[in-house]
Design a protein around this ligand. Structure first.
Ligand code: GAL
Length: 570
């Protein structure tokens, strides 16, 4: 690994806020002198020439794109990443390649990365048999293949930047070093890997206890109950105070759930409503614009973290053991409910930087509120160097294909992702989505706006029980995978290309992933068909359900279950 400093880097960058940030200089093969640097009117530019057939992965939780070759991404935090622009719940300026190296740029700015910029004079094969093409896919495919040469990293609004070049034989080697730089994966207890059911946001304590009893009476595996916004006196922005009508005895309510063997997770977000008891105290440590009319605490300041975390500790004291830290992404697409980029914060951060840092700093603050106890909470935004935080990302978007791609992509960037089940249009959709949820790091049913428990409309409680019971069986393996993540930085969900970087057949596979270390999962997406194509890389594989051997290579599988294979040998 090698650190390269270009110009004068800013002081408020992700590594500054990463408590266990560490790295060790080792010799690298990459010719670092070939990385050009220059200041531009709006920021700084780093540029190098990449081999034309390079494949690029990572850059955070991307829903729409897998291999970024030939594309441009702007790494901007956004709650509604509706296009492949780079906008995401979790922008991470770290990418890896199939050529033995990855690059981390230590910035919270909205960096723009061009994976294949073009310049006059670039050589390319003349197309002697040129034909006019009529589809955009064909047109752009031709252009990308010719011009995939320069990688340009433009970091706006600064005078310089630190870059870390990380090398390894496989992408997993490179990514695990990046995660270790941040301190490795989080400490996650077994209970947190069980089933999490989030109740309707309007429910009272009595209605939530009814759901909890229903799960037990119907022998449905469920380990954690999630309580949505209705627990507070005011939730947009937040008071973090229990609503006395719906929850007259919060400690008694939490105690009853605990007696039934549940853990309890509370929804909130970071924006502090004027009626919140800490409003006046935290105001001097907040930004100069509000969100949902709530203060935006500056979690880059230890004072803001302490005031906020100490107040949340009252919730932890009555037994809350996880949080859902919502809304910390902000959106430009749904009504602009976020502080502006020109906002300023007392730590010296501006709105642009704070958008990309808020999720991670909020995760750190809630981890502090939880007294660093092992848990697995939820959050809607994270950023660079986030591996050590026990927080799983989620989204209000709901495209099953995009959710699976996000799962596959999450492992490149030190992120965990939950492809949650919400409302559905059919039994088939419910079961297909629940299967994906079961084979992901957090097994989450988020019924926050469902009038009923989602499967009650579809007469399929037996099937739901069977799928959730599989989750129970997976927990020891998943726990071992998390321990490995903590100790070595190897994430529990990985794209095939991460472990099998020398197998070109894996370069484009964004709908299969490695899970719990020895499993390969190939979800069937959509409701049209019970078939899909699966690729198993070289090695010995067995069917997860029957234990029967399955030859490696490409084949079509037809099944009502989710196709899963266990690696049993090389
Ligand atoms: C959304 C969140 C949902 C749900 C809802 C409650 O922002 O993504 O999962 O929690 O808030 O109001």
């Amino acid at each position: 690994m090698k650190k390269l400093t270009f110009g004068t880097p800013e002081s408020l960058v992700p590594s500054k806020f990463c408590e266990n940030f560490k790295w060790e200089e080792t010799p690298v093969a990459f010719d670092t002198s070939a990385i050009a640097f220059r200041k531009t009117r709006g920021g700084v530019l780093l540029e190098y020439k990449a081999a034309a057939d390079t494949h690029f992965y990572g850059c955070g939780l991307q829903f729409w794109e897998f291999d970024h070759a030939g594309h441009k991404l702007t790494l901007r935090c956004n709650a509604d990443p509706l296009t492949p622009s780079g906008d995401t719940h979790a922008p991470v300026p770290f990418f890896v390649t199939d050529k033995g190296y990855g690059i981390y740029v230590d910035t919270a700015r909205y960096a723009e990365i061009y994976f294949g910029a073009q310049k006059p004079g670039d050589s390319f094969e003349p197309d002697e048999n040129y034909v006019v093409r009529l589809s955009t896919d064909e047109l752009y495919a031709a252009r990308m293949a010719e011009n995939n040469t320069y990688v340009d990293i433009f970091v706006p609004n600064c005078e310089g930047v630190d870059l870390y070049l990380i090398e390894g034989e496989t992408i997993t080697d490179i990514v695990s070093q990046y995660n270790r730089m941040a301190g490795g994966g989080p400490e996650v207890p077994e209970w947190a890997l069980g089933v999490l059911y989030r109740c309707n946001g309007t429910y009272s304590d009595r209605q939530i206890l009814e759901v909890a009893s229903y799960m037990r009476e119907n022998d449905l595996p469920c380990d954690i109950i999630g309580v949505e916004p209705g627990w507070q006196t005011h939730a947009y922005a937040c008071t973090y105070v229990w609503n006395p009508e719906r929850f007259p005895d919060p400690a008694g309510f939490v105690g009853k759930l605990k007696e039934m063997g549940y853990h309890v997770n509370l929804w909130e977000h970071a924006y502090v409503y004027p009626a919140c008891p800490i409003y006046d105290e935290i105001k001097p440590y907040s930004g100069d614009y509000t969100t949902f009319r709530g203060l935006v605490p500056d979690f880059a300041l230890p004072e803001a973290r302490r005031i906020f975390a100490d107040f949340q500790k009252k919730l932890v004291e009555i037994g809350i053991d996880g949080f859902k830290a919502d809304e910390c992404d902000g959106s430009d697409n749904t009504g602009g409910w976020a502080f502006p980029n020109h906002a300023s914060f007392p730590s010296g951060l501006d709105g642009e930087q704070y958008h990309n840092l808020l999720g991670t700093l909020y995760a750190g603050t809630m981890h502090q509120a939880l007294d660093y106890k092992p848990t697995l909470s939820e959050i809607r935004a994270l950023g660079a160097l986030a591996a050590p935080y026990p927080f799983v990302l989620y989204s209000d978007l709901y495209d099953h294909r995009g959710f699976v791609r996000a799962l596959v992509n999450s492992g490149f960037s030190g992120l965990l992702w939950s492809p949650e089940l919400r409302g559905v249009g059919s039994k088939k959709e419910l079961l297909r989505r629940l299967q994906t949820v079961t084979f992901s790091v957090q097994c989450l049913v988020n019924a926050w706006n469902c009038a009923k428990i989602p499967w009650l409309d579809y007469d399929c409680v037996e099937e739901v029980r069977e799928i959730l019971s599989i989750r129970r069986q997976l927990i020891p393996g998943l726990k071992a995978a998390f321990d490995r993540y903590r100790d070595t930085g190897v994430p529990p969900v990985r794209a095939l290309v991460m472990d099998y970087t020398n197998d070109p057949a894996t370069f484009g596979i964004d709908d299969e992933y490695l899970f719990c270390d020895d499993l390969l999962v190939a979800p069937i997406i959509g409701t049209e068909s019970d078939s899909r194509e699966v690729y198993l890389p070289a090695g010995k594989w067995a069917d997860f359900y029957t234990g029967l051997p399955v030859p490696s290579g490409k084949f079509t599988v037809t099944t009502e279950k989710i196709p899963v294979y266990r690696k049993i040998g090389d």
